[in-house]
Write a protein that binds this ligand. Sequence first.
Ligand SMILES: C[S@@+](CC[C@H](N)C(=O)[O-])C[C@H]1O[C@@H](n2cnc3c(N)ncnc32)[C@H](O)[C@@H]1O
Length: 583
Amino acid sequence: MPSIDPQDLLEQPELPSLHSLKVQDNQVITEQELAQDKAAVAHQSTLQPEPTSTSIAYSYPPPPVYPPATPTLHRSPIAILASPDKGRGVYATADIPAGTLIDISPVLLLTNEEYYGGGKQGEGKGVEGSVLRGYVFTWKGKEGGMALALGMGSLFNHSTTPNVTFELLTSSYTIQYTTFKRITSGEELCIFYGHGAQFEGDAPRSPTVTDEGEWGGLGGLEFGEEEYKRGKNRKKNAKEKMEWDLEIVPFEELEWERVTNIVDPENMPLTTFPCHAILLPARYAQLAFSFVRKHAARFDELAHLKRVRQVDPTQTSVGADSCISVLLFPVHTAPSDFQCLLASSPLATTLAEADIALPEVFQVDVPATIARTDAQAEEWGRVWPVQMVHIREGPKALPRAKGWERAKEIWFRREAERVWNAAKEAGERGEHPIACHVSDSFHPLVHSSSSLPLSLARCTDTRLSTSNILCHAASNAIDSIALLDRANARSAPLIPGEPAPYLLTGLTVFMSHEPCLLCSMSLLHSRVRELYYVRKSPGGGGCGSTYSVHENEGLNHKFEVWQWKGGDLGKGVGVGLEVELDC
Ligand SMILES: C[S@@+](CC[C@H](N)C(=O)[O-])C[C@H]1O[C@@H](n2cnc3c(N)ncnc32)[C@H](O)[C@@H]1O
């Protein structure tokens, strides 16, 4: 455990807070070296430790031998396992993305008096002489002294190439641990105790950070897509790459299809229903309208249609100069005795007075909906003249999306692969093979194929291991986001106008399988922006299979849902995990 605190070193150079301080190699440390050391350790807290040739070493006692695994009730995908040479260690039980807050440990403060037992530093009196020497952090709060992290926080081992950073939060008396690289399942989670950390039993060494490249920080997410690599290699400069990123992949070429029952009105095919109509000389039209108004169940049923159609008089037996067809009633709502009513109507009387026989009523198919484009109006108008209302015209109309930016398309494919593999791994661990990942949403202004949205939570179903039927993957993910929010660990949105962090507002969810009805409702209540799943869950899915929670008219939030249709192309996404949802 780092018994050295960056602030402490900076503020109290004469009293570096080492528990067992020995000077290695060089007996004398120059001020310059000390300053370098302080800067290097301070830098560690900003995830950028610098290699140093420091000769300070901190001696840690060897650990006792522990059982292979220590039980713990923990929400992060981490476990306490015996490490080959470091006692116990903290290990990832699932892939954890960079930037995931994995633990918040409360601390127990010890005064300097208690810690040093009234003696001097290095004398080994008091707590310093106990095994806790290897566990305390130098506390930088106003109280000073030492802090013992309770729980998981005391179990992170040291590495010169750590993957977890920590922050001492003096106001809440906690320490927060956050991954700063992507961690694969099974990997040990280590922090950096400080340059010069020396473990008893180690051969004397001059600690150095050998692989600077390992330090990625939050911005250094790797990007493994073949397509991207190919594209990137092809593109010579930043401008070319940006253009390549922003090229639009048309909807028809995407490996995803939208799960929706809502038909896009502009692409809607012509549908019709039968209507009763009558052929009349035009001057009697008003009488026909009055008749319809008097007897129609609902007059507005035909509001999207023009009520009359011009007819070529040479084609009719009515024999009028201007002849029209007039719509009377839709067949399905016409009064059953309307022919009798018509025969005794003012229209019939007036026609008789003009010595015109009452024309026969005939049936005609008419468009079932209003036209939304000029093309629809023209095509459908040949069936029967139809009203038209443009929905995407005028100065405020947004241009219609034709597809996704290539970078976005690559991201979605990669996330589909990741969530599918996470589900597979969960299955191999004996869980239900279902996974759910939550990320910031893609925005072409701030993201590119080499700077993709940040992943915020990666969870799998844990119903079996927790014996808790509520621990579905999506519920676990919603919980993880709530954990981040409780810790105030989410950053403000980068894009102006984007919602501030609140539940899953503005976030994108990837799932291996369509969520069950319960999880679909949880996602809806969480105000999720969009959901992408690989496989449908025909037995109990709530976003397309048994129900479409995401576009239910009666609910106060809607979100887009897309399903992977890439089949088993690529890397086997969508193959081999049949899941029977039991709810
Ligand atoms: C904070 S504890 C870490 C948890 C500890 N391994 C345990 O089982 O309780 C620090 C102790 O772990 C051991 N340790 C941590 N990092 C180590 C490393 N890189 N090599 C050897 N031992 C290490 C040392 O015994 C040290 O005193």
